[in-house]
Design a protein around this ligand. Structure first.
Ligand code: NAD
Length: 250
Protein backbone atom coordinates (compact mmCIF):
# COMPACT_ATOMS: atom_id res chain seq x y z
CA UNK A 1 0.00 0.00 0.00
CA UNK A 2 0.89 3.67 -0.51
CA UNK A 3 3.48 3.07 -3.21
CA UNK A 4 4.06 6.15 -5.36
CA UNK A 5 6.36 4.42 -7.83
CA UNK A 6 5.99 5.87 -11.30
CA UNK A 7 4.31 9.05 -10.04
CA UNK A 8 5.68 12.58 -10.34
CA UNK A 9 5.14 15.03 -7.49
CA UNK A 10 5.66 18.81 -7.52
CA UNK A 11 6.04 20.46 -4.11
CA UNK A 12 6.03 24.23 -3.55
CA UNK A 13 7.99 25.80 -0.70
CA UNK A 14 10.13 22.65 -0.50
CA UNK A 15 13.35 24.24 0.85
CA UNK A 16 12.54 23.83 4.53
CA UNK A 17 10.01 22.70 7.11
CA UNK A 18 6.92 20.80 6.07
CA UNK A 19 7.61 21.10 2.33
CA UNK A 20 11.00 19.46 2.76
CA UNK A 21 9.55 16.65 4.92
CA UNK A 22 6.76 16.04 2.39
CA UNK A 23 9.23 15.92 -0.54
CA UNK A 24 11.34 13.34 1.29
CA UNK A 25 8.33 11.22 2.31
CA UNK A 26 6.95 11.15 -1.24
CA UNK A 27 10.44 10.27 -2.52
CA UNK A 28 10.67 7.45 0.03
CA UNK A 29 7.46 5.98 -1.43
CA UNK A 30 9.08 5.96 -4.89
CA UNK A 31 7.84 9.17 -6.55
CA UNK A 32 10.00 11.35 -8.76
CA UNK A 33 10.13 14.78 -7.23
CA UNK A 34 10.10 18.37 -8.45
CA UNK A 35 11.11 20.68 -5.61
CA UNK A 36 10.43 24.38 -5.92
CA UNK A 37 10.90 27.43 -3.76
CA UNK A 38 11.35 31.18 -4.19
CA UNK A 39 15.09 30.80 -4.78
CA UNK A 40 16.90 27.90 -6.40
CA UNK A 41 19.91 28.05 -4.07
CA UNK A 42 17.70 27.35 -1.03
CA UNK A 43 16.84 23.88 -2.38
CA UNK A 44 20.22 22.18 -2.01
CA UNK A 45 19.49 20.68 1.41
CA UNK A 46 16.25 19.08 0.25
CA UNK A 47 17.98 17.85 -2.89
CA UNK A 48 20.73 16.24 -0.80
CA UNK A 49 18.09 14.35 1.21
CA UNK A 50 16.41 13.11 -1.98
CA UNK A 51 19.53 11.94 -3.83
CA UNK A 52 20.05 8.76 -1.71
CA UNK A 53 16.43 7.74 -2.35
CA UNK A 54 17.07 7.32 -6.07
CA UNK A 55 14.18 9.56 -7.14
CA UNK A 56 14.56 11.59 -10.30
CA UNK A 57 14.82 15.18 -9.09
CA UNK A 58 13.91 18.44 -10.78
CA UNK A 59 14.78 21.64 -8.94
CA UNK A 60 13.19 24.93 -9.84
CA UNK A 61 12.74 28.50 -8.69
CA UNK A 62 9.05 29.31 -8.51
CA UNK A 63 7.68 32.24 -6.55
CA UNK A 64 4.04 31.28 -6.18
CA UNK A 65 3.00 34.95 -5.91
CA UNK A 66 3.76 35.28 -9.62
CA UNK A 67 1.24 33.36 -11.78
CA UNK A 68 3.65 33.45 -14.74
CA UNK A 69 6.38 31.72 -12.69
CA UNK A 70 3.84 29.14 -11.55
CA UNK A 71 2.80 28.38 -15.12
CA UNK A 72 6.45 28.17 -16.23
CA UNK A 73 7.36 25.95 -13.23
CA UNK A 74 4.62 23.45 -14.01
CA UNK A 75 5.62 23.44 -17.70
CA UNK A 76 9.28 22.82 -16.86
CA UNK A 77 8.33 19.93 -14.51
CA UNK A 78 6.19 18.43 -17.26
CA UNK A 79 9.12 18.80 -19.65
CA UNK A 80 11.80 17.30 -17.34
CA UNK A 81 9.80 14.65 -15.47
CA UNK A 82 7.09 13.96 -18.04
CA UNK A 83 4.02 15.19 -16.13
CA UNK A 84 2.68 16.18 -12.70
CA UNK A 85 0.58 13.52 -10.96
CA UNK A 86 0.73 14.98 -7.46
CA UNK A 87 0.83 18.68 -6.59
CA UNK A 88 1.52 19.75 -3.02
CA UNK A 89 0.66 23.43 -2.50
CA UNK A 90 2.73 23.93 0.61
CA UNK A 91 4.37 27.38 0.19
CA UNK A 92 2.94 29.72 2.77
CA UNK A 93 3.68 32.69 5.01
CA UNK A 94 2.40 33.84 8.39
CA UNK A 95 3.16 37.38 9.51
CA UNK A 96 0.94 37.90 12.55
CA UNK A 97 -0.66 41.29 12.93
CA UNK A 98 -3.65 42.24 15.10
CA UNK A 99 -6.72 43.22 13.10
CA UNK A 100 -6.40 46.94 13.84
CA UNK A 101 -2.86 46.99 12.47
CA UNK A 102 -3.14 44.86 9.32
CA UNK A 103 -1.75 46.74 6.30
CA UNK A 104 -2.86 46.33 2.73
CA UNK A 105 0.58 44.90 1.95
CA UNK A 106 0.27 42.29 4.72
CA UNK A 107 -3.19 41.30 3.43
CA UNK A 108 -2.03 40.99 -0.18
CA UNK A 109 1.17 39.10 0.66
CA UNK A 110 -0.81 36.49 2.60
CA UNK A 111 -3.54 36.04 0.01
CA UNK A 112 -1.18 36.07 -2.98
CA UNK A 113 1.11 33.47 -1.40
CA UNK A 114 -1.25 31.23 0.56
CA UNK A 115 -4.34 31.26 -1.67
CA UNK A 116 -3.73 32.68 -5.13
CA UNK A 117 -0.41 30.84 -5.56
CA UNK A 118 -1.90 27.46 -4.81
CA UNK A 119 -5.01 28.09 -6.87
CA UNK A 120 -3.10 28.91 -10.05
CA UNK A 121 -0.71 26.00 -9.51
CA UNK A 122 -3.76 23.72 -9.30
CA UNK A 123 -5.19 25.31 -12.43
CA UNK A 124 -1.89 24.72 -14.27
CA UNK A 125 -1.53 21.02 -13.37
CA UNK A 126 -5.21 20.04 -13.67
CA UNK A 127 -5.48 19.82 -17.49
CA UNK A 128 -2.74 17.14 -17.63
CA UNK A 129 -4.26 15.23 -14.71
CA UNK A 130 -7.71 15.36 -16.32
CA UNK A 131 -6.25 14.10 -19.63
CA UNK A 132 -4.58 11.16 -17.87
CA UNK A 133 -7.61 10.58 -15.63
CA UNK A 134 -5.50 10.58 -12.44
CA UNK A 135 -4.32 13.32 -10.12
CA UNK A 136 -3.82 14.33 -6.51
CA UNK A 137 -3.81 17.97 -5.46
CA UNK A 138 -2.98 18.59 -1.82
CA UNK A 139 -3.01 22.02 -0.22
CA UNK A 140 -1.51 22.69 3.19
CA UNK A 141 -4.16 24.65 5.03
CA UNK A 142 -4.04 24.79 8.83
CA UNK A 143 -6.07 24.29 11.95
CA UNK A 144 -6.16 28.11 11.72
CA UNK A 145 -8.62 27.68 8.87
CA UNK A 146 -11.01 26.05 11.32
CA UNK A 147 -10.45 28.01 14.55
CA UNK A 148 -9.31 31.57 15.18
CA UNK A 149 -5.87 32.41 16.56
CA UNK A 150 -5.49 35.85 18.17
CA UNK A 151 -3.47 38.36 16.11
CA UNK A 152 -3.64 36.23 12.98
CA UNK A 153 -6.86 37.30 11.24
CA UNK A 154 -5.39 37.36 7.75
CA UNK A 155 -3.48 34.07 8.02
CA UNK A 156 -6.61 32.38 9.41
CA UNK A 157 -8.71 33.83 6.57
CA UNK A 158 -6.30 32.46 3.94
CA UNK A 159 -6.39 29.00 5.47
CA UNK A 160 -10.19 29.05 5.64
CA UNK A 161 -10.23 30.05 1.97
CA UNK A 162 -8.12 27.01 1.10
CA UNK A 163 -10.64 24.72 2.82
CA UNK A 164 -13.38 26.10 0.55
CA UNK A 165 -11.15 25.93 -2.54
CA UNK A 166 -10.48 22.22 -2.09
CA UNK A 167 -14.20 21.52 -1.62
CA UNK A 168 -15.03 23.26 -4.87
CA UNK A 169 -12.15 22.16 -7.10
CA UNK A 170 -12.57 18.60 -5.82
CA UNK A 171 -16.21 18.66 -6.94
CA UNK A 172 -15.27 19.97 -10.38
CA UNK A 173 -12.49 17.47 -11.12
CA UNK A 174 -13.68 14.32 -9.31
CA UNK A 175 -15.12 12.67 -12.40
CA UNK A 176 -11.67 12.85 -14.02
CA UNK A 177 -9.94 10.84 -11.29
CA UNK A 178 -8.50 13.97 -9.66
CA UNK A 179 -8.89 14.50 -5.91
CA UNK A 180 -8.33 17.84 -4.19
CA UNK A 181 -7.78 17.84 -0.44
CA UNK A 182 -6.00 19.79 2.24
CA UNK A 183 -4.03 18.93 5.34
CA UNK A 184 -4.65 21.14 8.37
CA UNK A 185 -1.75 20.86 10.82
CA UNK A 186 -1.55 22.16 14.33
CA UNK A 187 1.69 23.85 15.37
CA UNK A 188 4.94 22.31 14.13
CA UNK A 189 8.25 23.92 15.03
CA UNK A 190 9.67 25.28 11.75
CA UNK A 191 11.11 28.59 10.54
CA UNK A 192 7.51 29.79 10.31
CA UNK A 193 6.73 29.31 14.00
CA UNK A 194 10.09 29.09 15.81
CA UNK A 195 10.31 32.71 16.96
CA UNK A 196 6.76 32.66 18.39
CA UNK A 197 7.28 29.28 20.04
CA UNK A 198 10.40 30.57 21.78
CA UNK A 199 8.12 32.79 23.83
CA UNK A 200 7.42 30.50 26.84
CA UNK A 201 3.94 31.96 27.37
CA UNK A 202 2.91 31.32 23.77
CA UNK A 203 4.42 27.82 23.81
CA UNK A 204 2.50 26.99 26.96
CA UNK A 205 -0.73 28.26 25.34
CA UNK A 206 -0.08 25.99 22.34
CA UNK A 207 0.88 22.92 24.35
CA UNK A 208 -2.13 23.34 26.60
CA UNK A 209 -4.50 23.60 23.64
CA UNK A 210 -3.22 20.36 22.08
CA UNK A 211 -4.82 17.55 24.12
CA UNK A 212 -1.78 15.26 23.89
CA UNK A 213 0.36 18.12 25.21
CA UNK A 214 2.98 18.35 22.47
CA UNK A 215 3.49 19.86 19.03
CA UNK A 216 3.26 17.90 15.79
CA UNK A 217 6.43 16.96 13.93
CA UNK A 218 6.98 17.44 10.18
CA UNK A 219 6.79 13.64 9.67
CA UNK A 220 3.21 13.62 10.99
CA UNK A 221 2.19 16.02 8.24
CA UNK A 222 4.27 14.21 5.60
CA UNK A 223 2.55 10.90 6.44
CA UNK A 224 -0.84 12.49 5.76
CA UNK A 225 0.48 13.76 2.42
CA UNK A 226 1.66 10.26 1.45
CA UNK A 227 -1.80 8.88 2.20
CA UNK A 228 -3.69 11.59 0.30
CA UNK A 229 -1.30 11.19 -2.66
CA UNK A 230 -1.81 7.45 -2.84
CA UNK A 231 -4.03 5.27 -5.00
CA UNK A 232 -5.63 4.03 -1.77
CA UNK A 233 -7.02 7.52 -1.03
CA UNK A 234 -9.01 7.64 -4.28
CA UNK A 235 -12.28 8.07 -2.36
CA UNK A 236 -11.00 10.91 -0.17
CA UNK A 237 -11.95 14.15 -1.91
CA UNK A 238 -12.90 17.76 -1.03
CA UNK A 239 -11.67 16.95 2.46
CA UNK A 240 -9.57 18.80 5.01
CA UNK A 241 -7.60 16.31 7.04
CA UNK A 242 -6.81 17.73 10.47
CA UNK A 243 -3.48 16.70 11.97
CA UNK A 244 -4.02 18.73 15.10
CA UNK A 245 -3.76 16.26 17.98
CA UNK A 246 -7.34 17.20 18.83
CA UNK A 247 -6.93 21.03 19.17
CA UNK A 248 -10.09 21.78 17.21
CA UNK A 249 -12.25 19.25 19.05
CA UNK A 250 -12.88 21.60 21.95
N1 NAD B 1 4.62 25.12 11.00
C1 NAD B 1 3.37 25.09 11.41
O1 NAD B 1 3.09 25.10 12.60
C2 NAD B 1 2.24 25.07 10.40
C3 NAD B 1 0.96 24.78 10.89
C4 NAD B 1 -0.10 24.76 9.99
C5 NAD B 1 0.11 25.01 8.66
N2 NAD B 1 1.37 25.30 8.22
C6 NAD B 1 1.53 25.57 6.78
O2 NAD B 1 2.47 24.68 6.25
C7 NAD B 1 3.12 25.26 5.14
C8 NAD B 1 4.63 25.16 5.33
O3 NAD B 1 4.98 25.83 6.51
P1 NAD B 1 6.36 25.63 7.29
O4 NAD B 1 6.03 25.64 8.71
O5 NAD B 1 7.12 24.51 6.70
O6 NAD B 1 7.06 27.03 6.94
P2 NAD B 1 8.57 27.39 6.54
O7 NAD B 1 8.62 28.88 6.66
O8 NAD B 1 9.52 26.54 7.29
O9 NAD B 1 8.61 26.96 5.01
C9 NAD B 1 7.83 27.62 4.04
C10 NAD B 1 8.55 27.51 2.72
O10 NAD B 1 7.74 28.22 1.75
C11 NAD B 1 8.59 29.04 0.99
N3 NAD B 1 7.85 30.18 0.46
C12 NAD B 1 7.34 31.24 1.12
N4 NAD B 1 6.80 32.11 0.24
C13 NAD B 1 6.95 31.56 -0.99
C14 NAD B 1 6.59 31.99 -2.28
N5 NAD B 1 6.01 33.16 -2.50
N6 NAD B 1 6.90 31.18 -3.34
C15 NAD B 1 7.52 29.98 -3.13
N7 NAD B 1 7.90 29.54 -1.92
C16 NAD B 1 7.61 30.33 -0.87
C17 NAD B 1 9.68 29.49 1.95
O11 NAD B 1 10.84 29.94 1.24
C18 NAD B 1 9.92 28.22 2.73
O12 NAD B 1 10.88 27.38 2.14
C19 NAD B 1 2.61 26.70 5.08
O13 NAD B 1 1.57 26.78 4.12
C20 NAD B 1 2.08 26.93 6.47
O14 NAD B 1 1.08 27.92 6.50
C21 NAD B 1 2.44 25.31 9.05
Amino acid sequence: MFSLKGKVALITGAATGLGQAIAVALGQRGADIAISDKQLDRLFETESLLVPLGSKIHKLAMDVRDPEQVKAGVASTEQFLGRVDILVNNAGINRPSPGLEVSLENWEDHFNTNVRGGFFAAQAVAPGMIRRNWGRIIFISSQSGVVGIPAQPVYCATKGAIIQLVRTLGLEWAKHGVTVNSIAPTFVETNLTRARLQNPEFRKFVETKIPCGHLARPEHIAAAAVYLASEEAAMVNCETHLVDGGWTAW
